[in-house]
Design a protein around this ligand. Structure first.
Ligand code: TXD
Length: 319
């Protein structure tokens, strides 16, 4: 059923066929970006999703190969591997339980995928994001510019949406920068967030800005509370797709991604959200913005929490 009709030059593998993974495959296919392979451990599930998406081809007008599989052999030769595999938090599970489960899943996924696609870029999506990105990098031993985490694009698209709604302008005119770890301690930067180049600090009161920052920090939680089962996946899939496209089309997009720091922002040996340029070679550059003391110390606090969890996860993997 999954026989190829057209052969695209590029191949993207998405590991984990849950809500984010399957929506991402849909986005990639509908933009005709690349042939896509969706891998999950659940037998039949990725095959079914792939077939369903294939059957929409005639209507949606895409002609990529879409392959569902449980076997890493089918991911061979990928240009980009996106890891969304993981377990969500279930009732009674602590964050540490989740850390332990997802660490194992992400390490195994990264190793298996890179064994079949040694030249691929890796985009990690699984939470806790910054920690999982570090583990994927460590497990594969790739040059750090080829491993990155998706969160900054999502956090900033949320901030952009709230700014546009508050000011009654098109979101197309809004840009926003959000740094730091993907969690409550993320660091939205109003000074660098603009409506057509005008910083929002010129357009809104400090109180309103603070309210939007708070809503951005709680953006994931707000959706979980509403949905009750599962977490956000439309905007996360769009965000991951933007990164895939930036790499495949060598766009040098300036976006926030969890990237490996080697002294930038006074931080070392950590993956955390910073502004980057993203193109076909992965993270081409990390931009060091001038930060106020308050912004820099917020970033450091966020980094400390990521670092603690990296250590915890490494301890769990060693046992
Ligand atoms: O900004 C961000 N980075 C995020 C992160 C935004 C949204 C979601 N975020 C995280 O992505 C979320 O906290 C999860 O850790 C992942 C995936 O979220 P999703 O909503 O897609 O979770 P699902 O629907 O539970 O899907 C997870 C799938 C599921 O189908 C499992 O069978 C599969 O992962 N899974 C595996 N696939 C392959 N290999 C292994 N070992 C495996 N284990 C589970």
């Amino acid at each position: 059923p999954n026989s190829p009709i057209a052969c695209h030059e590029n191949r993207v593998s998405v590991i984990g066929g849950g809500r984010v993974g399957s929506t991402l495959v849909q986005r990639i296919a509908e933009k005709n970006l690349a042939d896509v392979v969706l891998l999950d451990i659940v037998p039949g599930m990725p095959q079914g999703i792939a077939l369903d998406l294939l059957e929409a081809r005639g209507i949606e007008g895409h002609d990529c190969q879409i392959i569902g599989t449980n076997d890493y052999a089918d991911t061979a030769g990928s240009d980009v591997v996106v890891i969304t595999a993981g377990s969500p938090r279930k009732p009674g599970m602590s964050r540490d339980d989740l850390l332990q489960i997802n660490s194992k899943i992400v390490v195994e996924a990264a190793k298996n995928a890179i064994a079949k696609s040694p030249d691929a870029m890796i985009i990690v999506v699984t939470n806790p994001l910054d920690v999982m990105t570090y583990l994927a990098w460590q497990a594969t031993d790739l040059p750090p510019h080829r491993v990155m985490g998706m969160a900054g694009v999502l956090d900033s698209t949320r901030f952009r949406t709230f700014i546009a709604m508050e000011n009654g302008v098109s979101v197309a005119d809004v840009n926003a920068v959000v740094l730091g770890g993907h969690g409550d301690l993320m660091v939205p930067l109003p000074r660098y967030s603009t409506v057509s180049g005008v910083p929002i600090t010129e357009l809104m009161t400090p109180d309103r800005i603070e309210a939007l920052i708070e809503r951005t920090r709680r953006g994931g939680a707000e959706i979980v509370e509403l949905m009750r089962t599962g977490s956000a996946y439309f905007a996360p899939a769009s965000s991951a797709c933007l990164m895939v496209q930036a790499i495949l089309h060598n766009q040098s997009r300036q976006i926030t991604a969890a990237a490996y720091l080697q002294g930038e922002y006074d931080l070392e040996d950590i993956f955390i959200g910073v502004p980057t340029r993203l193109g076909c070679r992965g993270i081409e550059k990390i931009l060091e913005l001038k930060l106020t003391d308050y912004e820099l110390s917020s970033l450091k606090i966020s980094a400390e929490s990521v670092r603690d969890n990296i250590k915890k996860a490494q301890g769990m993997l060693d046992h």
